[in-house]
Write a new protein. Structure first.
Length: 62
């Protein structure tokens, strides 16, 4: 008896716990992100997530 090939359904875009949106940032900020990405071997997207998570957890509203 042959084993069946099981193919799991792929999650639809947006169902992976992430959302996509665009922002406007200064050229200097992009350059700094790119430099940091090179130094850390991480993608710009990954760094933005790390930095935003840190900022949200460490901000104070007055």
């Amino acid at each position: 008896m042959k084993e069946k090939l099981i193919i799991n359904k792929k999650l639809l875009k947006g169902e992976d716990g992430y959302k996509t949106f665009s922002i406007r940032i200064k050229d200097e900020t992009v350059a700094n992100l790119d430099k940091l990405a090179l130094e850390t071997n991480r993608s710009r997207n990954e760094l933005i997530n790390i930095l935003l998570d840190y900022a949200i957890k460490n901000c104070e509203v007055k």
